[in-house]
Design a protein around this ligand. Sequence first.
Ligand SMILES: [Zn+2]
Length: 189
Amino acid sequence: MKKFLSTIFICALSCLYLIPTGCVYNKTSSSDLLVDNQQIATPLNPETSRSDCDTLVITCIDYRFASANQNFINEILKLKDNYDHISIPGSIYNLVNPETRELLFSKFALSVKLHLINRVVIISHKDCGAYGGSATFGSEIAENETLCTDLRNARALLIEKYPTLEVNLFLESLVKEGDEVKVHFEKIP
Ligand SMILES: [Zn+2]
């Protein structure tokens, strides 16, 4: 009986030790997170803290194009701090596909309604996973034709719904230049 009681006592002590340890750990963890959040917080530029923007940009989520897209949008199109951004796997694939069209249109409508956008920039890319990659098309020409057709169909669908919108289309691809792989943007008329 004595042995049993001492076992219970040791267990109770262990629990008392473990509970505060867990709490201390969580507290430290939360405060670390808070510090991290404070370190990455950026102040809002008063010139850009307005209620509308000019353009909505639609891109694929593909990480290979992410930084090139940011640079293209900010520096080439000069849209820094002046655009909404929908990033969705396949970009226009979702707009030309009737099954997902309404979902994208519903998000798109928010941008039109909340931020009064008057221009849409759609950036599609070759070797897109949503289409099954370049291999699905059989040839480079077939891939180019399909993506250009989808881009133009997406523009027609948007203009049908919002006739005053300006819609600009771009097709991007990875191009090997020496040892480097670069992202090329082509404007589609
Ligand atoms: Zn993609």
